[in-house]
Write a protein that binds this ligand. Structure first.
Ligand SMILES: O=P(O)(O)OC[C@H]1O[C@H](OP(=O)(O)OP(=O)(O)O)[C@H](O)[C@@H]1O
Ligand SMILES: O=c1cc[nH]c(=O)[nH]1
Ligand SMILES: [Mg+2]
Length: 212
């Protein structure tokens, strides 16, 4: 597993306001969108492209375009939806699939309640979006789900991660030959006894969309 932690003052600045409990939902949504756009720069470093010929007003030249099949972006509902627009802005021709997953607040076990994805992901580059990598249970299950459909090129983009979640993911993927890349805004200190990231930002879904 390849873990990349963003090291950029603009990302740290925006994360600070995202974390602040005084930040309201509209501002939180805007910051999540801006942050994913910055992280997408690293996440898409290996996006597949192919050359094609164009003419500038001055001369012919060779440019590049995204190869087919196009990448697929998979936000993990709910909170991952808050990152979708920012990612789609950078990859407008990508397809979008959806995975709805929820963590039981007491047991921290994850269950899948919705999915809308192609049956076959063979040969597709997949970008998973989820702001929080806490215990890692959700991301492990999402990666299992996508690899069962044939995905072999997976990048996860998360705003905050706990060291425990990264370790869990590393252990789960240790015997796998699937090259998963994880791009993170930052790594926080730890998880608390309720499975929340510390200092974190609270419940990302609730802060984006309200408490349900
Ligand atoms: O790493 P984990 O311990 O699995 O936790 C991370 C998950 O928890 C949150 O989702 P939540 O279950 O709160 O659903 P929501 O997005 O609908 O609020 C978050 O968006 C991740 O999907
Ligand atoms: O801190 C956390 C952990 C999991 N999910 C969240 O939304 N926040
Ligand atoms: Mg939540």
């Amino acid at each position: 597993m390849d873990v990349h932690v963003a090291d950029h003052p603009l990302i740290a600045h925006k994360l600070t306001y995202l974390r602040d409990e005084r930040t309201d939902s509209p501002t939180f949504r805007r910051l999540a969108e801006e942050l994913v756009t910055l992280l997408a720069y690293e996440a898409t470093r290996d996006v597949r492209v192919e050359p094609f010929e164009i003419n500038t007003p001055v001369a012919p030249t060779t440019g590049i375009k995204l190869s087919n099949p196009k990448p697929i972006i998979v936000p993990i509902l709910r909170a991952g939806l808050g990152m979708l627009d920012g990612m789609v802005k950078l990859l407008p021709s990508a397809e979008v699939g959806f995975l709805g997953m929820i963590r039981n607040e007491e047991t921290l076990e994850v269950s899948t309640y919705a999915n809308r994805l192609p049956d076959d992901l063979t040969g597709r580059q997949v970008f998973i979006l989820d702001p929080m990598l806490a215990t890692g249970g959700t991301l492990v299950m999402a990666i299992d789900y996508l690899t069962a459909k044939g995905a072999r090129d997976i990048t996860a983009v998360c705003l905050l991660a706990a060291p425990e979640g990264i370790q869990h993911l590393e252990e789960e993927l240790a015997d796998s030959d699937i090259p998963v890349k994880v791009v993170l805004g930052t790594i926080d200190e730890k998880l608390n006894d309720k499975g929340y990231i510390v200092p974190g930002l609270g419940d990302a879904g609730d802060r984006l969309y309200g408490v349900v």
